[in-house]
Write a protein of this length. Sequence first.
Length: 528
Amino acid sequence: MQNNKQYFSALFTLISVFFFWGFIAASNGIFIPFCKSYFSLDQFQSQLIDFAFYGAYYIGALILFIYSSKKKRDLINIWGYKNSIIYGLIISAIGAKIMMYAVSDQNTSDVFSIILLALFIIGIGFSVQQTAANPFVINLGSIEKGSNRLNLAGGINSLGTVIGPIILGLILFNPIDDKNLYSLYKIIGILFLLAGSIFIFSKKLPNYTNNEKFKTAPKALKFFIIITIFLTICFYFIFNEYKGLNVNENLSIKSEKIVLYLTLLSFIIICISLLIVNKLSNKNPKGWGAMKYPQLVLGMLAIFIYVGVEVTIGSNLGELLKSDVLELGILTEKEITPYISMYWGGLMIGRWTGAIAVFNNSKIFEKLLYILIPYFAFGIILYANKLSGFNVKSLLPFIICVSIQVTAFFKVKDDPQKTLKIFSILGAIAMIFGVFFSGRIALFSFLSGGLCCSIMWPCIFTLSIKGLGKHTSQGSSFLIMMILGGAIIPPLQGKIADLIGIQNSYLITIFCFIYLIYFSVKMKRLFQ
């Protein structure tokens, strides 16, 4: 057993990669409105940044699963969790190098496509890292505290989500040299390699492996191949509608509707297919592997929905703020930066609070931390924005949303199922207020979506792999595949926004939170 010093040293080395995931992912919220303006894109096209980045998670995890199924050996276990993270960091560094080439290329007709390719490769690397890192964090100590360690890792991730939009906003929306964007991704690439070096030479971090024999799941493999084919067909025809479109040229109404229907179809394919699998695997579990467990299959859909709703709220927020639908006045691209930072900062506030229990404090001190940590994290977000030259007075009312979250944490008492239920309900209420109200009520309702989503990943992940035993590693891989939600739901909202307006497009987020409420209730009944 590791002593406390070795344990925390190993844990913090491991969760350092979570920072990179947050930095890049949240930066997309600033990069999207910039690319929309610079390349004259519609809202759907701008969301292809998320499509490329989060779609890579699915493709990366699928490739790992296909390879492992063919060799009948889990590739992540062959490499070990530590080495897998190292290889993933190297892949992401290659993506950063391609991004450097893209932003230095003067041929603007190809730049956006190269940017999407770069983000895809970075995402592939993240997929490998995350497939290894999440179960690694859970297994680096007692299983009972696994969700708390994931919250701690998520807190580090969220520190990246706060810093990312601020830094990218300063680079993109200030009159400075274009080479700064090139330099940013050069630094990111170097940091990927540096992090890999730390993992290589860290003696305190074991190269953990699961020695269980790889469990084949031929029916699950067939399922993923079939839905991949269907999704490929859908997006082939979607992209075909944009083929040959000139700069500043809009799609016809007919083409707009075709794109909407096909994007909606891709969403329905995932949802209905997983629900059908849940029924089929219950009747005959043979050949389904980890997908024979209902908590995993329903959890896969929950991860798909959760990632999708978390990403889409933030990714479409820039367009919402640049319009005047909230009756706040039209904000410039530079002025939206602190709001996007606050949205992603909400995730940091929740995850820092959710990580408190991992430190084994006394009950009285723990309750005190549940009150102090959220406001401390809120202060850090304000201070980071103030240091960057932004006016933070307009962000101060967000403290009301933080107070509601503090109350919710005392209500859930560190129970993953109850936590997911309460925060999903709060998320649904927030989105309803955002869609049907205007002004600052709507604004802070949308921003509070970050607070509501903040602790959902560890709750869903923990509930989904509960009781999987020897199928835990495979189940983890399937859950990572469902980060695909971040590739499907934002473009769907983007096209809805093109047709019925940006504020009304947030109706889709309400339905997402309703499913998460259902999942939390279902898990309580399942494990009673």
